[in-house]
Design a protein around this ligand. Structure first.
Ligand SMILES: Nc1ncnc2c1ncn2[C@@H]1O[C@H](COP(=O)(O)OP(=O)(O)OP(=O)(O)O)[C@@H](O)[C@H]1O
Ligand SMILES: [Mg+2]
Length: 257
């Protein structure tokens, strides 16, 4: 089992979109994939066409002491989906206290699922520091940091890298982080410049850019993956290529830049 946490300093950069589409691409390539939503927004399930009214998920299962297996849904894209679920404010506080006091919570639940050795687990997280990101990074083999190609997002990278370093401190088995640009714009020089700088800075840890593409948002509105909705789109091509690169990095590890 290889575990990848998807993270960013800023909100709205496309973490959930990237998580869902990478999972679908990997599944299309024949890889067993589980996605786990560690974000109280509970939005990841929507990318898999699952019932938007359902309230079950890993948060409620944890508070109820029930197994994840009973709450794991299989999407028609072949991806196993562990949703966050829906909690009221008091229960969310209780759940977050549980996570803060049980640092091995995620690791234990993933191990108890008994997935095949070559399974890939993608974990979606809320933006910035949180008990959720801390849990994800206590377990992940690698993190994928998502950045927009603009000055404000780029400026958050040092903060994000030091946050990830602090959450993974002392873990000899953490393989480091990968970088991805989302919403690249081929018509803007700044977008190309940021990609070039990141490629230079991070070497093979920079896994590429996903272009800004209407098909990404439209696919979600039509309950489809971007590969089904617009298989010839730029974003579908980008995501398919990046899925292959991420898989290779995750399975092989990468050298320090
Ligand atoms: N490559 C893309 N092209 C066009 N639109 C995109 C692309 N990636 C994401 N979006 C759109 O950007 C918005 C934010 O995406 P998303 O919800 O995945 O971000 P997020 O980082 O998970 O947000 P949050 O921090 O709130 O969890 C959505 O409307 C999504 O459809
Ligand atoms: Mg999100």
């Amino acid at each position: 089992m290889k575990v990848l946490a998807i993270a960013s300093a800023k909100g709205g950069v496309g973490k959930t979109t990237v998580t869902a589409n990478l999972a679908t691409a990997l599944s299309h390539a024949g890889q067993p994939v589980l996605v786990a939503d560690l974000d109280p927004q509970n939005a990841l399930r929507l990318h898999f066409g699952l019932d938007p009214q359902a309230i079950d998920g890993l948060s409620r299962a944890t508070l109820a002491g029930s197994s994840w297996r009973a709450n794991c849904e299989r999407s028609d894209r072949g991806v196993a989906v562990m949703s966050y679920g829906v909690l009221n404010e008091d229960d969310r506080t209780l759940f977050e206290e549980h996570l803060a006091t049980h640092p091995d919570w995620l690791r234990e639940h993933l191990e108890n699922l008994g997935m095949v050795r070559h399974a890939i687990v993608l974990i979606d997280t809320p933006p910035g520091p949180s008990v959720y990101l801390r849990q994800a990074l206590a377990t992940a083999d690698m993190a994928l940091l998502v950045t927009l190609p603009d000055a404000a997002s780029y400026a958050t990278l040092p903060m994000m890298e030091s946050l990830v370093d602090s959450y993974t401190e002392g873990r000899g088995d953490y393989q480091g982080h990968l970088h991805l640009i989302n919403q690249a714009d081929a018509t803007r020089q700044l977008s190309a410049d940021v990609a070039q700088v990141m490629r230079g800075l991070f070497g093979e840890r920079f896994v590429g850019s996903v272009h800004r593409d209407q098909s990404v948002a439209e696919a979600l509105a039509y309950d489809q993956s971007v590969f089904d909705y617009a298989q010839d789109s730029q974003a579908a091509a980008d995501l398919m290529e990046i899925a292959k690169t991420v898989l290779a990095r995750l399975c092989a590890g990468v050298q320090a830049p």
